[in-house]
Design a binder for this molecule. Sequence first.
Ligand code: ZN
Length: 266
Amino acid sequence: MKYCRFQLNGQAQYGLIESVAGRDTILRILLTPPEEADGDMESLHTRRIEPIPLEQATLLPPVRPSKIVCIGRNYREHAEELGHDVPKEPLLFLKATSALLAPGGTVRRPKISERVDHEGELGVVIGKTCYQPAADQDIRQYILGYTCVNDVTARDLQNKDGQWSRAKGFDTFCPVGPLVTDEIDPWAGIGVETRVNGDVRQQGNTRDFIFPLNVVIRHIAQAMTLFPGDVIPTGTPSGVGPLLAGDVVEVSVGGVGTLRNPVVDE
Ligand code: ZN
């Protein structure tokens, strides 16, 4: 199953995507949001619409999370490039939901930062309420699907503040999309690539995670309830670097697609 969120006749809708002649196409809308299914997507009613090629749709972020829980330093080489030790347990931080940005939306570099970096990441979307799952429970049942996230970061303010809420929380600092799919398997290895103006800056594979997703989700849910729609950006590979006004930044996750956003100065 693949879905997006998009504008249809001035209203936000969830659109189910199928391949038509090799192109991702919206063929149906969900009459209730996927997060209301609480793990039972089969129960959701849909309605057929005039087919819309995904690239022609006015996309919105495909998620409406109660929180965005990020993992820091989940790829060994990235921890090393920032001069950090490899962590012993997953490192968590929160990103403001007001930072969400649609596919194609414009990232604004704040005046008070001189260094805004891209961090291309696989994003996990939660499908079912999860709190302190039993040790024998399969964590995959809590996952609705996967998407691309750019965990945009004001690196100078991250270092200056000593904690990360401001540096990672500016409006427009969390592009997500273009769609959510459950048709990939990060445990088997999924490529994550970031490009700036077409040049490859970051390349990683989820098989190199320090902490696999079941460990990450258990660790988060030990502390806080994960609700349907919550997003977990799972850490960035090495190669983080600056974004400048006029750049176009792209995050591609294998089997998901490409999240593309232009950059301007505020
Ligand atoms: Zn990150």
